[in-house]
Design a protein around this ligand. Structure first.
Ligand SMILES: NC(=O)c1ccc[n+]([C@@H]2O[C@H](COP(=O)([O-])OP(=O)(O)OC[C@H]3O[C@@H](n4cnc5c(N)ncnc54)[C@H](OP(=O)(O)O)[C@@H]3O)[C@@H](O)[C@H]2O)c1
Length: 298
């Protein structure tokens, strides 16, 4: 056994287990008969899960959640863009760091005390700290760097944008007759495919920067938008806007290098025809029963 792999009878602790990626990860772990503990601000009711009440922004409950845990997947985040389901002006200037930076720091410290053997951190492809980069990406990069600089056994998986978020962002501009979009690659991927890859990473226990994961075929944002419009029977004019590779990179529009997810954007759109069109949620809510995240809409 690799030193960093966790014995199957120990729970894997998942932060963000009530989120999009986390729900799929927890569902797939349960499906494989694994013990799963979820750190949640508002515990859910699924009795297959060990619920640990906690809050990364305050540190409450972290120590208790880590009791008897040697593997943790840190999939929590606070992204106003994802919560809102659209990009606002403020998102170009600021993004809160209480969860992704301060919370990650707290969690790392508690994991050090608990002698955790594998801290698997979920991150995003193409993160940049350059001037002009989205503040959320800068916050995510700061969180990732804390992990990479820690003396814990760590690994980092960087994923492309998730389909659910892309669908929400496109839904939020439905009112626009013309869609001017940067003509750059967006390597969007199904969160369920990322979850499957995370389980592989838990099980092989390899440390360090892991291969990135994107969708089956990297597509440009205008191509993705056209497939979205076709699937939703909408008539809008997609206007590709040429951007330099530097500008694209600052917006996180880059190709993932390494793994490719199995589910295409077209397949995901067909399976999620009823995705929400606008705001998502702003306050925690108890999680419903877990599914693997494959197939139907969430
Ligand atoms: N979305 C994307 O396109 C994308 C792409 C690549 C990588 N990622 C990364 O993948 C991970 C999951 O993203 P996602 O889109 O699945 O996120 P999400 O759906 O927005 O879920 C966020 C999760 O974080 C939890 N959380 C928020 N604030 C918390 C706090 N103070 N204490 C504890 N937990 C808290 C939420 O719990 P509540 O239920 O309590 O709100 C929820 O479970 C993140 O690391 C993200 O950066 C996302």
């Amino acid at each position: 056994m690799n030193l960093s792999t966790s014995p199957a009878d120990e729970p894997v602790l998942v932060t963000g287990g009530t989120g999009h990626l986390g729900r799929s990860l927890v569902g797939q772990l349960l499906e494989r008969g694994r013990r799963v503990r979820v750190l949640a601000r508002l515990p859910g009711t699924d009795s297959r899960v060990e619920w640990a009440r906690g809050d990364l922004s305050t540190g409450a409950g972290l120590r208790e959640a880590l009791a008897g845990v040697s593997t943790i997947v840190n999939a929590a985040t606070f992204s106003p863009i994802a919560q809102r389901g659209g990009i606002g002006l403020a998102d170009f200037f600021t993004s809160p760091s209480a969860v992704d930076v301060d919370g990650t720091r707290r969690l790392l410290e508690e994991c050090r005390l608990a002698k955790v053997r594998h801290f698997l951190h979920v991150s995003i492809v193409g993160l940049s700290d350059e001037a002009g980069a989205l503040p959320y990406n800068k916050v995510k990069l700061r969180g990732e760097m804390l992990v990479r600089q820690s003396d814990l056994p760590w690994s980092v998986v960087r994923a492309g944008p998730f389909y659910y978020l892309l669908a929400r962002l496109l839904a939020s501009i439905r009112w626009m007759p013309w869609w001017p979009l940067p003509d750059a690659v967006m390597d969007a991927v199904d969160a369920a495919d990322v979850a499957s890859y995370l389980i592989e990473c838990i099980d092989d226990g390899r440390l360090g920067l892991r291969e990135e994961i994107g969708g089956p075929t990297p597509m440009t944002l205008p191509e993705l938008a056209r497939q979205y419009l076709a699937s939703r029977h909408l008539r809008r004019r997609v206007v590709p806007v040429r951007v330099t590779s530097r500008t694209a990179a600052r917006a996180g529009l880059v190709e993932a290098h390494g793994r490719r997810g199995a589910t295409s954007w077209r397949e995901w759109l067909a399976a999620h025809a009823d995705e929400p069109k606008g705001a998502v949620r702003h306050t925690p809510r108890p999680a419903a029963a877990f599914t693997t995240g494959r197939g139907g809409a969430k």
